[in-house]
Design a binder for this molecule. Structure first.
Ligand code: F6P
Length: 321
């Protein structure tokens, strides 16, 4: 019996709930297809340092419901230069790894694309709570983050309504308002402030002032990429003359057990990624569009900025009237 063919797997960038479910799916489906799986630790850093563990059926047991990633994750500056990439490629070759699965966001796929250009077969699985990767309607971790946020928002609403208060809640989204728009609509926020659309705090403050009679509390969601909760709160307080409370959700949004949807996506994305490697495909990412599992080329993803759904943004504000 000859040596088994071998693939590599790594998680990179900000962790996202469901990454472990992806590790499990890729590993078990690869083993089912008679492949061996090397899991590299701390993303691309693990490739550079040749830091890996061989993943077997048991090593990915009991992780489907755990947030974070058992392979650890990192953003590697060293991998951005040729020297780092060369070390990574040398290690992949030394370990006879024929194909690599990269789980992460757009930054990670930039790295994966570089590997492809230098002769490595590589496919991507989108995982970031920001859901800002083009070529897929959903990234792993986004749905869980939304559920974490709406759970917290219900609690904030309880206290906001009891004290008839204005609350500004800051959610993640470095360059994107996608989390803010989706949670805003799901929690019935009164205002959603995002980097993609200009907002007028004077107008909002004025509306709050005049609505106070009928509306006894106000919930404002702000994406971190648009402004800080404390700046928004100071302006509203100054302009509307009401007390404002803030809540910055931070990394709470990245943790927790993955939602059913993220676990389902993990299974389907994991399977398709391994299939793509077996078919000899490279330089592409698995995704879901209009409820269908599809693939896109890294080049297209990297050149496209995912936009927010402006209709959804408008609808959120209509429904909050
Ligand atoms: O990209 C995911 C994300 O959670 C962003 O929303 C956020 O701005 C960033 O990561 C935070 O990164 P770090 O965990 O390195 O502070």
């Amino acid at each position: 019996m000859g040596e088994k063919r071998r693939i590599g797997l790594l998680t990179s960038g900000g962790d996202a709930s469901g990454m472990n479910a992806v590790i499990r799916a890729v590993t078990r489906y690869a083993i089912y297809n008679n492949l061996e799986v090397y899991g590299f630790c701390e993303g691309f850093k693990g490739l550079i340092n040749n830091d890996f563990k061989v993943l077997d059926l048991n090593s990915v047991g009991g992780i489907i419901d755990r947030g974070g990633t058992i392979l650890y994750s990192a953003r590697s500056e060293k991998f951005k230069c040729r020297e780092g990439q060369k070390a990574a490629i040398d290690n992949l070759k030394k370990n006879k790894i024929e194909g690599l699965v990269v789980v992460g966001g757009t930054g990670s796929f930039r790295g994966a694309h570089e590997l492809h250009k230098q002769g490595i077969q590589v496919v991507g699985i989108p995982a970031t709570i920001d859901n800002d990767v083009a070529g897929t309607d959903y990234s792993i971790g986004f749905d869980t983050a939304l559920n974490v946020i709406i759970d917290i928002m219900s609690k904030i609403r309880d206290t906001a309504s009891s004290h008839e208060r204005i609350f500004v809640v800051e959610v993640m989204g470095r360059d994107s308002g996608i989390i803010a728009v989706n949670t805003g609509i799901a929690c019935g926020a009164d205002y959603i402030l995002i980097p993609e659309i200009k907002f007028d705090l004077a107008k909002i403050a004025n509306e709050i002032k005049h609505h106070r009679e009928g509306k006894r509390h106000t919930l404002i969601i702000v994406a971190e990429g648009a402004a800080s909760a404390s700046d928004v709160a100071s302006s509203i307080k100054l302009l509307a003359g009401h007390e404002v409370r803030i809540s910055v959700l931070g990394h709470i949004q990245r943790g927790g057990s993955p939602s059913a949807m993220d676990r389902m996506l993990a299974a389907e994305f994991g399977k398709r990624a391994v299939d793509l490697l077996l078919e000899g495909e490279s330089d592409c990412m698995v995704g879901i569009r209009s409820m269908k599992i599809e693939t896109s080329k890294f080049e297209d993803i990297l050149e496209t900025k995912k936009t927010i759904d402006e209709d959804l943004y408008r609808l959120a504000h209509i429904l909050a009237l």
